[in-house]
Design a protein. Structure first.
Lengths: 648, 345
C-alpha cells in the first residue's frame, strides 16, 4: 500500500514501538476515564470552550509541564548516550532526532507556553482587569499552540521526527539532505504555534495598554506586567519573520521553490539570517517575563520595594531594542568579514550593560530588606549566581574572534543552558510556586519545594559546568559519539550525573504537586505571601470576574500601600459585570489547523484543501456571529463574594 | 596521558573546594564567623568561582588553550583575558549577594523591623552602568583588534608567500586541494610550518565548519560562497581537525588529521605524492562525493578544474574579487585561481 507507506517511521526502534503502544493506551485510558466519570460535558464546558484567561493560563501550564517531561526525556537520552565514549545506546539518526526535538520542544513548546501561562494568569489580575482585551482570540492562541505542539509531537510515531537540529539550517533541512517528512513537521507545527503566539502578542499589548485599572499609569505598573508588555512588543516584531521564514521553508520543501537551496538563485545563508533575526529576540521574549517574575518575587520576599524601578524599565526597553541588533553573533563564522563581526560583537556585548543593571538592582533590592527564603525566593537567589555565570560566558561568546573557537562547541551549549535554565526555568518554577495558591487555592509544600530547588540548582551546575571544559577541549555539539582517546569521557559522565539530578528535581516537583493536593490546607488567605501587587487583592482561587469592584490604583505597589498606607483599593458598590461568552470555535479551529498541518506534512492535498476551507469557514462564522457577551448580576456577585469570604 | 590530565583537573577541583573554603573564612569579618551555617552555603558559592579560576589556570591542556599557531594564540589570549575579567564580575556579584544574604536575612532582623522604601540612587546606578560600560568598551576594543588579526594573514607572517589550500567538505569527508602543487588529499592535511596558510572553504553539501582548534578557530564551508580562513602553524606536530557544524548522520566522524612539518619535508612529501599517487579524474571525484566515510586518500591533480569553486561572478558572494573563470585544462585552472587570490590580497 503506497499510500500508507509514507506514515511509516523511517528508522524504527523498540523504544518507538513501545511509545506508540503507550500513546494508544494513554488515549484509551483518557477516553474511558472521561466516559466512566461522565466528564465529557465538564471538559467541554469548563475547559475546551473557555475564554477565561485564568483557565487558559492553567491549560498552558499543564501543556508546558507535559512538554518539559518530553524534552527532559530527550535530554536524558542524549546525556546517557554521551556518558561514555563510543556508546551504542542511540545511533546517529536517533541522536539527531532527539537533539532536534529536544531543542524545539524546550524552547517553543515548554518555555514559551510556561511564559504564556504566567502572563495569561497574572497580567490581567496585576492590572485589575476582568480578562484580556480579546478573550476569544486568546483561546484561539492557546489552541493553535496546543495543536501545533501536538502535531510536532506525533512526528516520532508517524512519519519520523525532524533531524536537522532545532535551527534547521538549509541546505541540510532541504529536500536533498532531509528526505523524511520530519522537517515538514518542523516547518508546519512551529508555524501553527507561531501564529498563535503572534496573536497573543497583539492581545497582550492591547490588554496592557488599554485595560489597566483607573490610576495605574504606565510607570505604576508592576514589573511583571512591564516585562510582559515589552516581551509582547518583541513578539509582534519578531514572529512575523519566523512566519515568513517557515513559509518559505515550507514552499521549498513542498513545492520545490528555491529560497534556501544552493542552486537556481537560492541562498542557504538567508535562512540562517531570518531564523536568527527571529531567534535572538525570541531569547529575550523568554527571559524578560522571567526577569519580571524575579522582580516580583525578590521584592516580595525582601519585603521591600523594587530598587531602581525606572532603570529596570529602561533596561528592558534597551534590551528589547538591542535584541534586534545582534543576530549575526549566531554565525560569526559565516565569513562576513572583520567589520561586520566587529559591529555585531559590540552590540552583543552591549546587552550585558542593561542586563547587569538588572542584576545589581535585584541585589540592591535585598539591601536593608528583611529577606525571607521561601521556595520562590530560593529559586530567585539561585538564579542570580548561576545566571551570572551564564551571562558572563555570553559576553565571552560575544567576542567574535574568540567565538571562532567556541562556536558549535559544548562551550556554547553550556552557556545557553546556564542562561536559559537559571534564567527562564527557575523563574517559571518560582512563578509556579508563587502563584500556585492564587491558581488553585492551596500552597505547595515548602519543605519539598526547597529540596526541589536545591536539587535542581546544584544539578544544573553539575550538568553544565563540565561542558565549558569539554567545549574548550574541542568537543563539538551534536556529536552522537566520541572516541576514548579524545578524553571527553569523564566530564561527560559528570554531566550525565547532573542530568539525572535534574530529572530527580523535576520528579520531586511532581511529587510536591501530588503531596500538596492531598495534604495542603485549603484554608489560606487571599494574600498568603504578604505580597505587594494587585493580583493578591482578590480571592484565592480567583472568581471568574477577577475583582468584584474595579480597583483604584495610586502607586506601583497597590496592595502594599493599601495594607500599609491605608490606600482604599475598592470603592463603591457592586455593579453588574460584563463578561464574554464561552465559545467552541477556537478549539474547533485549532483541531482543523491540526488536520491542515498533518495534511501538508504528508502532501495530502485534497485533505489540505478541505481543511483550509474549514479554517476559512470558522473565520467567516466568527465574522457573522453576533455575540454581545453576558452579564453577571449584582446578586450573583454578592453570593460569590459571600461564599468566598465565608470560606476564608 | 590525555585522560590522566583530566583526572588531575578533577582532583584539583576537589582540593580547591577544601582549601578555598578556609581562605574565604579568613577574609570575612570575624563577627560573621559565628554564623557558620550561612557562611558555609555562600562560602561554597564563592569557592566555586575561585575554583573555576584556578582550574582554568590549570587547563592549559585544553586544546583551545594550547595554541600551536599565531591565530589560535590570539584567540586563546582573548579567551584567557575575558575569563579573568569575567571572574572579577562574577566575584563582585557573588560577594554582594553573600553580603546581602548574610546581613539582611529576616532571622537577623528584629521582629518589628520594617524595610525602608528606597528609590533608585542616581550615583549607585551610574556606577552600575559606568563600570560595565568600561569593561565592555575594553572587551570591544580587544574584540575588534582580534577580528582584524584573525581575518588577515597572521602577524609576523605578512612577508611570507601563503600556501593556498582549498578545503571542501562533502558528506562526510574533507577534500584538500593544493592548486599550486596540483595535488589533492582526502581526510588528511599536510602543511608546512612557518608559512601562512590560506584556506579557501566551500561545501559540496550542507553547511560545515572547518576547525583545527590548536591552529585557530573555525569557519563555515558553504555551497554557494567561498570563505577564507587564515591560519599558520608555528610548531611541527599532528593536530585534530574536524567539521564542527552539524551536517547529518555522519557528522560525528567528519574529522581529519593535520600534520604540520618544516617546509623542506613538506616539499619532499609533495614530490613523493606526484611520483606515486594516481590522478584524480572527474569520475573518481564524483565517486568520492557519494555520502559516506572514507579513509585517507591521495591524488595528483585537483577537482578545481572540472568542478570550479563557487567564487567570482556566479558565486556572487566573495566581495569584490574578480571573476576567476576556470579553464578546462587543470593546470591553467589552478594558476588562474592563484592569480586571482594574489590580486585580491
Amino acid at each position: 500500500m503506497d499510500f500508507f507507506d509514507r506514515f511509516a517511521i523511517p528508522h524504527p526502534s523498540l523504544a518507538i514501538y513501545a511509545s506508540m503502544v503507550a500513546i494508544v493506551l494513554t488515549v484509551i485510558a483518557i477516553v474511558v476515564g472521561l466516559t466512566y466519570f461522565k466528564k465529557w460535558g465538564y471538559l467541554w464546558r469548563e475547559w475546551l470552550t473557555t475564554v477565561d484567561h485564568k483557565r487558559i493560563g492553567i491549560m498552558y501550564l499543564i501543556s508546558a509541564l507535559l512538554m518539559l517531561f518530553r524534552g527532559g526525556v530527550d535530554a536524558l537520552m542524549m546525556r546517557a548516550q554521551l556518558a561514555v565514549p563510543e556508546n551504542t545506546l542511540l545511533d546517529a539518526q536517533h541522536y539527531n532526532e532527539v537533539f532536534t526535538t529536544h531543542g524545539v520542544v524546550m524552547i517553543l513548546f515548554m518555555a514559551m507556553p510556561f511564559i504564556m501561562a504566567l502572563m495569561n494568569f497574572v497580567v490581567p489580575l496585576q492590572i485589575g482587569a476582568r480578562d484580556v482585551a480579546f478573550p476569544r482570540l486568546n483561546a484561539l492562541s492557546f489552541w493553535l499552540f496546543f495543536f501545533g505542539a501536538m502535531l510536532f509531537n506525533i512526528s516520532f510515531v508517524v512519519g519520523g521526527s525532524p533531524d536537522a537540529g532545532w535551527t534547521s539550517y538549509f541546505p541540510l533541512a532541504g529536500n536533498e539532505f532531509s528526505t523524511s517528512v520530519g522537517t515538514n513537521y518542523y516547518m508546519i507545527a512551529i508555524q501553527i504555534a507561531g501564529i498563535g503566539t503572534l496573536m497573543t502578542g497583539i492581545n497582550f499589548i492591547t490588554t496592557i495598554l488599554k485595560m489597566r485599572a483607573p490610576g495605574m499609569t504606565l510607570m505604576k505598573m508592576p514589573m511583571f506586567t512591564w516585562s510582559s508588555l515589552i516581551a509582547n512588543v518583541i513578539i509582534v516584531f519578531a514572529f512575523p519573520v519566523l512566519t515568513v521564514a517557515l513559509a518559505m521553508g515550507t514552499l521549498d520543501r513542498l513545492f520545490g521553490t528555491h529560497f534556501f537551496t544552493t542552486n537556481n538563485g537560492g541562498m542557504d545563508m538567508l535562512w540562517a539570517n531570518l531564523f536568527w533575526v527571529w531567534g535572538h529576540p525570541e531569547v529575550y521574549i523568554l527571559i524578560l517575563p522571567a526577569f519580571g517574575i524575579y522582580s516580583e518575587v525578590i521584592s516580595t520576599f525582601a519585603r521591600r520595594n523594587l530598587y531602581g524601578y525606572k532603570s529596570m524599565v529602561a533596561s528592558m526597553v534597551i534590551i528589547s531594542l538591542l535584541s534586534f541588533l545582534v543576530w549575526v553573533h549566531h554565525f560569526f563564522t559565516m565569513g562576513q568579514g572583520a567589520l561586520t563581526n566587529s559591529i555585531f560583537s559590540i552590540t552583543t556585548m552591549a546587552i550585558a550593560v542593561p542586563t547587569g543593571v538588572k542584576i545589581f538592582n535585584w541585589l540592591f533590592t535585598l539591601y536593608k530588606g528583611k529577606i525571607e527564603i521561601t521556595t520562590p525566593m530560593l529559586y530567585a537567589l539561585l538564579f542570580i549566581p548561576l545566571f551570572t555565570i551564564g551571562g558572563v560566558t555570553g559576553v565571552m561568546l560575544g567576542m567574535s574572534a574568540a567565538d571562532y573557537q567556541y562556536h558549535n562547541t559544548m562551550f556554547l551549549v553550556a552557556h545557553f543552558h546556564m542562561v536559559i535554565i537559571p534564567g527562564v526555568v527557575f523563574a517559571m518554577l518560582a512563578g509556579l510556586t508563587y502563584y500556585w495558591p492564587k491558581m488553585f487555592g492551596f500552597m505547595l509544600n515548602e519543605r519539598i519545594g526547597k529540596i526541589t530547588a536545591w536539587t535542581i540548582g546544584i544539578s544544573t551546575l553539575v550538568a553544565f559546568m563540565p561542558m565549558f571544559f569539554t567545549g574548550l577541549d574541542g568537543q563539538a555539539r551534536r556529536m552522537y559519539t566520541y572516541s576514548e582517546s579524545t578524553g571527553f569521557g569523564p566530564l561527560n559522565m559528570v554531566s550525565f550525573v547532573g542530568a539525572i539530578g535534574l530529572a530527580i528535581g523535576f520528579i520531586l516537583l511532581v511529587y510536591n504537586v501530588y503531596y500538596s493536593i492531598r495534604y495542603a490546607s485549603r484554608d489560606i488567605s487571599a494574600d498568603p505571601w504578604d505580597a505587594r501587587t494587585l493580583e493578591w487583592a482578590t480571592h484565592s482561587p480567583v472568581p471568574e470576574y477577577n475583582f468584584a469592584i474595579v480597583p483604584h490604583v495610586k502607586s506601583e505597589e497597590a496592595l502594599w500601600d493599601a495594607k500599609k498606607k491605608r490606600h482604599i483599593l475598592f470603592q463603591g458598590n457592586y455593579e453588574k459585570i460584563h463578561m464574554p461568552n464561552n465559545s467552541g470555535v477556537p478549539f474547533i479551529m485549532g483541531s482543523i489547523f491540526f488536520i491542515w498541518g498533518f495534511a501538508l506534512v504528508f502532501s495530502l492535498w485534497p485533505l489540505a484543501i478541505i481543511a483550509t476551507i474549514g479554517i476559512l469557514a470558522c473565520m467567516a462564522h466568527r465574522s457573522m456571529e453576533i455575540d454581545h457577551g453576558r452579564y453577571i448580576s449584582v446578586k450573583e456577585i454578592e453570593e460569590t463574594e459571600t461564599k468566598l469570604r465565608g470560606a476564608k | 596521558m590525555f585522560i590522566r590530565k583530566k583526572y588531575y583537573m578533577i582532583v584539583m577541583l576537589a582540593c580547591d573546594l577544601y582549601h578555598l573554603q578556609k581562605i574565604v573564612y579568613m577574609f570575612l569579618p570575624s563577627k560573621n564567623l559565628e554564623r557558620g551555617i550561612d557562611l558555609k552555603r555562600f562560602g561554597a558559592l564563592l569557592t566555586l568561582v575561585f575554583t573555576i579560576i584556578t582550574v582554568l589556570t590549570g587547563c592549559e591542556s585544553l586544546l583551545v588553550l594550547d595554541p600551536k599557531g599565531p591565530q589560535a594564540e590570539v584567540q586563546a589570549n582573548d579567551i584567557k583575558m575575558s575569563i579573568y575579567i569575567m571572574s572579577f564580575i562574577v566575584l563582585v556579584v557573588f560577594g554582594l549577594l553573600a553580603y546581602m544574604l548574610i546581613k539582611y536575612r529576616a532571622s537577623k532582623q528584629g521582629k518589628d523591623y520594617e524595610p525602608p522604601h528606597i528609590e533608585g540612587n542616581i550615583v549607585v546606578e551610574a556606577i552600575c552602568v559606568g563600570i560595565p560600560i568600561l569593561i565592555v568598551a575594553f572587551l570591544s576594543f580587544m574584540s575588534v583588534k582580534s577580528n582584524y588579526a584573525v581575518e588577515s594573514t597572521p602577524k609576523g607572517y605578512e612577508n611570507k608567500k601563503p600556501l593556498v589550500v582549498y578545503a571542501t567538505s562533502s558528506n562526510w569527508k574533507w577534500h584538500f586541494s593544493y592548486p599550486e602543487e596540483n595535488i589533492e588529499t582526502v581526510n588528511y592535511l599536510y602543511i608546512p610550518t612557518n608559512r601562512p596558510i590560506e584556506f579557501k572553504l566551500y561545501s559540496h553539501g550542507p553547511i560545515t565548519s572547518f576547525w583545527i582548534p590548536q591552529l585557530g578557530g573555525q569557519k563555515y564551508a558553504m555551497a554557494d560562497m567561498v570563505t577564507t580562513l587564515h591560519l599558520a602553524a608555528d610548531v611541527p606536530g599532528e593536530y585534530m581537525g574536524r567539521n564542527a557544524n552539524f551536517s547529518g548522520k555522519g557528522f560525528a566522524e567528519n574529522t581529519f588529521n593535520v600534520k604540520a612539518m618544516p617546509q623542506d619535508e613538506f616539499e619532499d612529501w609533495v614530490k613523493e605524492v606526484k611520483g606515486t599517487a594516481k590522478p584524480l579524474t572527474e569520475q573518481k571525484f564524483n565517486e568520492l562525493l557519494e555520502p559516506g566515510h572514507l579513509g585517507q586518500l591521495t591524488f595528483t591533480g585537483t577537482h578545481l578544474g572540472f568542478l570550479p569553486p563557487p567564487e567570482g561572478e556566479n558565486g556572487g558572494h566573495n566581495h569584490g574579487s574578480h571573476n576567476a573563470k576556470m579553464g578546462t585544462e587543470k593546470n591553467e585552472a589552478s594558476e588562474s585561481i592563484l592569480e586571482s587570490e594574489h590580486n585580491h590580497h
